[in-house]
Design a protein around this ligand. Structure first.
Ligand code: NAP
Ligand code: G4F
Length: 347
């Protein structure tokens, strides 16, 4: 199987400020790519996860190039794509929180479903030969029709977010078949890291447990502890995205660990690493339950492992340890800042 020489290839990333965008940028830069990203204007900085990769564009060693744009704004996307002429385009941009999608269903569908279509149209118009990656989700399997879930498993989405991702999946596939575009869907199961957004359950747990350990917080409020997820490490998953775009033929792939664990197990493991009895600190709040839940996710990534040669490097327990260690450092810093400001006030 031929792997194209990535030297001096140009990539454009939508969602570059998010968890996956930051890991993917690091990966592509390490492979010698010229990386471009679309960012949204916000009233305060939202580029914390990629600050370490950013260099002054007037310096010769510039590695990361940022452009203002939005998935809802086709003209800005078309202009950037037309100017850059990327070899590869990764659509990681989304309102990605499932619970929030019940509160903002129309907005979520606009960005995640319609936004993908707007982007596909811009690519078809301005750079039809660019290779395209669409960030699909195991949330599309929803009320699962078979266990484990694989590429051929029928979708049964259980949230506005899941429905929007199903639309984007089929549009991507349709652009591949209708216009011969090199467009791939990655059907990625949950993947986490120390850079995970703080309102997703894994990070919420590691952040809370380490703050409790440092005396900064007394309890954490969670929803459904019985839901089961197939959790992997984000750094491994962006490698799969890249591999998909290096193949001779565009296809869709499931990316998963093949292990499933409950939220309760995640809690037990996290608090256990900190020598804390989780039952003393975890409270249940109905606010965090969803109108419809995805009870069980377990992926079969045989195709990705066989055709892409994709491999996992971080296990469930190693992932939790990595997140706990990073959040412990953060909590220690927070405690020190709090203590020194108390000392200054008392002086
Ligand atoms: P994330 O941390 O929430 O990042 C989402 C990114 O999308 C952010 O950069 C955000 O920008 C950007 N974005 C939001 N609305 C946008 C818009 N209207 N136009 C352009 N960009 C917009 O998500 P993630 O965990 O990295 O996930 C990356 C992608 O994979 C998402 O599409 C997600 O749905 C999908 N996915 C994630 C997982 C997972 O477990 N992490 C699993 C399956 C699929 P701001 O910083 O400006 O908000
Ligand atoms: O961490 P979560 O919010 O992730 P969820 O809903 O599985 O979605 C994530 O993974 C998808 C892939 O399957 C992505 F497509 C999506 O973008 C996102 O990255 O919730 C995981 C589970 C759920 O069953 C939820 O009900 O944890 C349960 N949970 C229990 N208490 C909680 C909480 N979830 C959150 N966010 N907050 C809680 O307090």
């Amino acid at each position: 199987m031929e792997i194209h020489n990535p030297k001096s290839k140009r990539a454009l990333i939508l969602g570059i400020t998010g968890q996956d965008g930051s890991y993917l940028s690091e990966l592509l830069i390490s492979k010698g790519y010229e990386v471009h990203g679309i960012i949204r204007r916000s009233s305060s900085f939202n580029t914390e996860r990629i600050e370490h990769l950013y260099h002054d564009p007037h310096e010769p060693h510039v590695r990361l190039n940022l452009h203002y744009g939005d998935l809802m704004d086709g003209s800005s996307l078309r202009a950037v794509i037309s100017q850059i002429q990327p070899d590869e385009i990764y659509n990681l941009g989304a309102q990605s929180h499932v619970r929030v999608s019940f509160d903002q269903p129309v907005y979520t569908v606009e960005v995640d479903a319609l936004g993908t279509l707007i982007l596909l149209e811009a690519i078809r118009d301005a750079a039809p030969r660019a290779r395209f990656y669409q960030a699909g989700s195991s949330e599309m399997f929803g009320k699962v029709r078979e266990v484990p879930q694989r590429e051929a498993t029928p979708f049964y989405p259980r949230s506005p977010y899941g429905c929007a991702k199903v639309f984007a999946h089929w549009q991507t596939l349709n652009y591949r078949e209708a216009y011969g575009m090199f467009a791939c869907n990655g059907i990625l199961f949950n993947h986490e890291s120390p850079r995970r957004g703080e309102t997703f359950v894994t990070r919420k747990i590691t952040r809370a447990a380490t703050r409790i350990k440092e005396g900064l917080q007394e309890a954490v409020y969670l929803g459904n502890l019985e839901a089961r997820r197939d959790w992997g490490y984000a750094g491994d998953y962006v490698e799969a995205m890249w591999l998909m775009l290096q193949q001779e033929e565009a296809q869709d792939y499931v990316v998963a660990t093949g292990e499933t664990h409950s939220v309760r197990e995640f809690v037990e493991e996290t608090f256990g690493l900190l020598d804390l009895d989780w039952k003393k600190y975890v409270r249940i709040d109905p606010r965090y339950f969803r109108p419809t839940e995805v009870d069980l996710l377990l992926g079969d990534s045989t195709k990705a492992r066989t055709l892409l040669g994709w491999q996992l490097t971080v296990s469930f327990r190693e992932l939790i340890k990595m997140m706990v260690e990073a959040d412990r450092k953060l909590a220690r810093r927070e405690r020190l800042v709090k203590e020194s400001s108390a000392m200054i006030q008392g002086a």
